[in-house]
Write a protein of this length. Structure first.
Length: 373
């Protein structure tokens, strides 16, 4: 017997929600109408659809409206799925898209069990995720500001020759000595420099805030354990855990790799087998962080003093996994480079395997032991 009396599809927007209802016993879904996207209107809708308190299954697509609707519906005692838009089945020949049709299709597919729900973070998890994503946004803005400053200097023939690396203290001392013939150009130059320094300060402030809130976070033990891995510092570890949450919900490392979009795509038919680039599905923030961390494995495996200081804060089993990961991934990088693979391809392959070791460490810390051979 079906445990839900109705299946409700919600096509959500900032101001409105299109609603359709499919009865559990079958029949064609019917369009209920459009309601304001406000908590009071949603509560009124729930009372009308469930006058006797029967449990209703709601669903809506993941998007910019967030998870407030999900939390309200679950607090009212009903089921709700936030579904992945990219995994909703579509008809190739269907070229008509309206809110009404989308809501009707959601309710029909939800009743048929053909929708794939996404993992919904809790309020604390979402708050940490907002913090790490805000830092990512500011880092991106800082990078663009540096590019604009560098392009301006190049157009004016101002080339830094006092050192190899830019954006060091020596480079900023050189910037203080740069002068232009026209006062307006000096003003433009100073505005570019001030923008870069301002954004650098904002990034540092958010990193300090990340360090401050870490001890009170429920996933802090996992973050500390991940820092035993080469290439993963506090910022990258917090970013990964903020995006992935409880990694132990994945039954195997392969599932985590697929969730991160680090597995190769495939187009095979009959005897022909063809694998292409990685799928790039799932969480792009975590995937980017993993790839950046994977670059550190291009160097030979070794336990540096800095890495050992971080590893001492973890258990022996975690240290064993981290050292195994370093030996495996450094050798993997070297082997693939000797096979003639491109550096970017090799780094992505290393990032894919690094995800497996991250899964193993998270399982070890959260009480799901993994044997290291």
């Amino acid at each position: 017997m079906n445990k839900f009396s109705k299946y409700v599809g919600l096509d959500t927007h900032a101001d409105t929600i299109a609603v359709s209802v499919a009865d559990a016993l079958g029949g064609k879904p019917r369009y209920y109408g459009e309601i304001p996207n406000r908590p009071a209107s949603v509560a009124k809708l729930v009372k009308k659809l469930s006058p006797d308190g029967e449990v209703v299954s709601f669903c809506y697509e993941a998007g910019p409206c967030g998870y407030g609707l999900y939390r309200q519906l679950t607090e009212l005692g009903h089921a709700c799925d936030v579904v992945a838009p990219s995994l909703i089945p579509t008809k190739p020949g269907d070229r008509v898209k309206t809110d009404r049709r989308d809501a009707l299709e959601l309710s029909r597919l939800q009743r048929a069990g053909e929708l794939t729900p996404v993992w919904v973070p809790g309020p604390e998890q979402e708050a940490i995720r907002d913090l790490t994503r805000a830092r990512e946004d500011l880092v991106s803005m800082e990078r663009r500001a540096k590019q604009r400053l560098g392009a301006f200097l190049l157009r004016q023939g101002k080339v830094y020759t006092a050192g190899v690396k830019k954006w060091t203290k020596r480079y900023f001392r050189w910037l203080e000595e740069v002068k232009f013939d026209f006062p307006v150009q000096q003003i433009v130059f100073q505005e570019y420099v001030d923008t870069v320094t301002h954004l650098q300060g904002r990034v540092e402030a958010l990193e300090i805030e990340m360090e401050r809130v870490l001890p009170s976070w429920s996933l802090a033990p996992v973050v500390e354990a991940l820092m035993a891995l080469r290439g993963i510092d506090r910022v990258s570890a917090m970013t990964l855990m903020a995006e992935l949450g409880d990694i132990t919900r994945f039954d195997s490392p392969r599932q985590l790799m697929g969730y991160l979009g680090l597995v190769p795509s495939e187009d095979s038919s009959g005897r022909r087998q063809r694998r292409g680039a990685i799928t790039k599905t799932g969480n792009g923030h975590a995937r980017r962080t993993l790839v950046e961390s994977a670059w550190s494995y291009r160097f030979p495996a070794r336990k540096t003093a800095h890495l050992q200081r971080r590893a001492k804060k973890t258990s022996e089993s975690v240290q064993a996994i981290a050292w195994k990961a370093q030996k495996r991934l450094c050798g993997r990088y070297r082997h693939l480079m000797e096979c003639g693979k491109l550096k970017v391809q090799v780094t992505v392959a290393v990032a894919r395997e690094l995800a497996g070791f991250i899964w193993a460490i998270a399982c070890e810390v959260m009480g799901r032991p993994v044997t290291v051979r």
